[in-house]
Design a protein around this ligand. Sequence first.
Ligand code: IPE
Ligand code: IPE
Ligand code: MG
Length: 241
Amino acid sequence: MVKLPRHIAIIMDGNGRWAKKHGKTRLGGHDAGMKAMKGVIKECGRLGIEHLTVYAFSTENWKRSKSEVAGIFGLIVKYMRSELAELMENNVVCDVLGDYTSLPKDAVNALDKLKADTGNNTGLRFHIALNYGSRADMLAAAKRLALAAFEAEGADAAEQKARIEEWTPEDFARGLATGGIPDPDLIIRTSGEQRLSNFLLWEAAYSELVFSDTLWPDFTPEEFHRALDEYARRSRRFGGR
Ligand code: IPE
Ligand code: IPE
Ligand code: MG
């Protein structure tokens, strides 16, 4: 049995280029991307992977046209509804990383329902990074920690300062959207781009990075296995020797 990651994170990139190549609208590309995502979720469940995180919409993706942004949220609502039965069947637990409360109301409702309905499942934990940006997330974590120190009951300025001095990397990590989730062992990015684009910057400290030239809608379970094989060949040292 090859060495499998506990946590796989994917930057699903290339939907727009795929659409262009196939003479479709950008939204058609995102729709095709959803189908590729379904395949990977299923494969993760089959392999017994513990955590899968997908980058679905970044805090910077709001820069896109209103119609593309609305279309992406529309697709999310559509797939949350159509895939619920299969996610339940596969025992998948779904949650969201990022502040999705500012999304359109039907998307918020669909995500709340998905989280509630799958909350008691015990299989693959599927994390959807939606309106997620690592810098915003780290800043929010820092603010929460600082506020907790200042609001600690009965603490005077010296005690507050002493508490702040005691913060550890683990304390900070607990305050992130990924708090309680192990760091990703493997991060895959498709479409030939080789950057993190504000995804899991803290958590990626020791992740293995695998880049694929394949555009996300063409990313098949076979291609996924190639990334896993590549991961299995890597030697992870975490700074040790
Ligand atoms: C990734 O595909 C999906 C999202 C960012 C929502 P893109 O839409 O970025 O596809 P390209 O990079 O334009 O090909
Ligand atoms: C990253 O892809 C975000 C998602 C896949 C959701 P982008 O296409 O937004 O990233 P850049 O702009 O190429 O860095
Ligand atoms: Mg892109």
